[in-house]
Design a protein around this ligand. Structure first.
Ligand SMILES: NC(=O)c1ccc[n+]([C@@H]2O[C@H](COP(=O)([O-])OP(=O)(O)OC[C@H]3O[C@@H](n4cnc5c(N)ncnc54)[C@H](OP(=O)(O)O)[C@@H]3O)[C@@H](O)[C@H]2O)c1
Length: 305
């Protein structure tokens, strides 16, 4: 059976001029190390080819992840032009969402300051604020872009209808849509988000591709999880493929995401250098249709009709 194609070359982020490697590095767990360790992760990611770094103002609490990243950039300003910086605003602890014009303007300013940069390449709304009219949100994003604070915009955890409503009022295309997507989070395959990305040529960014590490569990540990039977089935399927392809299970998971025709960019969350390095093995994996559907069937716990 023919292997499904995985393209290694950088791709445009949505219908924009920004180009990103097919794997991104996420900074949710990035805070809490020394500047030297932070630099090692950034430099290794760049060496692997990764050029898109995903942040949020809340990562690490009080912007600590952006701040640490910004310290590396301050020490080595030359790194900045080799990367695309994406961040997010709109979550406020205890509220929980605020995408009002005043809040987003302040949040964006805070991210710029912490990241020690004068422009954010992709500014994403972290979660939909149900109390903001899409016309008002669009006007805020237009202002931030007009003022040179951000280059492109994205949304995260939006439904396809929330995306459509925002896009209707924006005079430029949304570049990225960031849902959770992995073999353990299949929602975007069926809720229309990936279809919408295909329709509008928007780039999906897949958050928590390893299901926050659950897909890294040993078979024994997987069996002990509350949904142990399903998880163990998925893990067993992935391990058979990993052994056949001579790569790690993580590489197979990344490949499983990468082969979807909407060309999702999985956002790595590991803090370990060896795992950043090994992520590139995803491009060595040859998955057939049968392989891909076998993982899907194990993940959903039932055969497809
Ligand atoms: N938009 C949103 O609402 C949203 C929400 C969550 C995340 N995100 C984005 O997605 C990024 C990734 O999320 P995530 O950290 O949950 O990603 P993930 O890749 O699903 O999980 C990474 C975690 O799994 C652990 N892990 C265990 N075994 C692993 C293995 N074999 N291979 C790789 N990792 C393994 C890692 O530990 P080690 O460090 O020890 O490897 C790390 O703690 C975030 O940084 C953020 O940018 C976005």
């Amino acid at each position: 059976m023919v292997a499904l194609p995985i393209r290694l070359e950088a791709r445009a982020l949505g219908p924009t001029h920004l180009r990103a490697f097919p794997i991104a590095y996420g900074c949710w767990r990035f805070a809490g190390s020394s500047v030297r360790e932070a630099r090692e992760k950034i430099e290794l990611s760049l060496a692997v080819g990764i050029n898109l770094f995903d942040h949020a103002d809340i990562y690490g609490g009080d912007g600590a992840a952006e701040d640490l990243f910004g310290r590396v950039l301050a020490e080595s300003p030359g790194l900045r032009h080799r990367m695309l910086l994406a961040t997010k605003g709109g979550i406020v602890q205890g509220v929980p969402y605020d995408s009002s014009p005043a809040h987003l303007a302040a949040a964006c300013e805070g991210s710029l300051k912490r990241l020690r940069t004068d422009v954010i390449d992709v500014y994403q709304i972290h979660r939909p604020d149900l109390l903001v009219h899409p016309q008002e949100l669009a006007a805020t994003l237009v202002r931030l872009r007009r003022d040179g604070k951000i280059r492109e915009v994205g949304v995260s955890n939006f439904t396809r209808w929330q995306f459509e409503a925002l896009q209707r009022y924006l005079p430029f295309p949304i570049a990225v849509h960031q849902p959770e997507f992995s073999p353990l989070c299949l929602g975007p395959l069926r809720d229309g988000v990936l279809d919408q990305c295909l329709e509008h040529d928007v780039t999906p960014l897949a958050w928590s591709p390893l299901a926050r590490g659950r897909l890294g569990l040993s078979l024994e540990a997987a069996r002990r999880e509350p949904d142990g039977r399903r998880l163990a089935d998925v893990v067993e399927n992935l391990d058979i493929l990993a052994e056949r392809e001579g790569v790690s299970r993580t590489a197979v998971v990344l490949a499983w995401i990468l082969v979807h025709p909407s060309r999702p960019i999985p956002i790595l969350g590991t803090q370990r250098l060896e795992r950043i390095r090994e992520s590139a093995d995803a491009f060595k994996v040859h998955l057939t249709r049968r392989d891909w559907y076998a993982v899907l069937e194990a993940a959903q716990g039932e055969k497809l009709p």
